[in-house]
Design a protein around this ligand. Sequence first.
Ligand code: SF4
Length: 155
Amino acid sequence: MNDRAGRTDEAGPVIVSACLLGVRCRYDGAHSEDRPLRESLRDLPAVAICPEELGGLPTPRPAAQLIDGEGDDVWSGSARVVRVHDGEDVTKEFKRGAHRVLEAALESSAQRAILKEGSPSCGSSHVMREGIRVRGRGVTTALLLENGVVVEAAG
Ligand code: SF4
C-alpha cells in the first residue's frame, strides 16, 4: 500500500475530484477513474466535486491553462486562467468553483481532499501552465490549503 492509499484509510469525510471516481466531467468529456482509490474510499463518506463544473463551465469545455503563475498567484491577482485555444479568461469561473468546493468541505466537515494531479484546478504538485507541465498547484488546491484542508494528489 502506498502512502496516498494509506492515508485514505483515515476516517472522516473526504473531498474527491469527481473525475477520479469515474464521473465524465473532464474538459474533454472523459473521466480519470482511479479504481484503487475508489476501492479505498468505499467505506468513507466521499464528497465528489468538480470545481470547473461548479464554477459554471460546461462539459465538454475548452481546455484551460494557468498563465503568469500558479493557483496561489491567481488568488493574489498576479496570474490568470485562460482557454488554451483562444485565450478567453475563465479565471472568474475557476475561482467560483474553488469557493464552491471550499463550501462543500466546510459543510461536510471534510479536513482532507484527494484531487486530480496536473489540472489547473485540482493539481497539487504539477499544473499545465503556458502549454507545459510545471511544478505548481491549481486554483482549488491553493484555496483548500489556505483554509487548512489537507490535499493529496491522485491520478
Ligand atoms: S481534475 Fe478537477 S476540475 Fe478537472 S475534471 Fe477532474 S474534478 Fe473536474
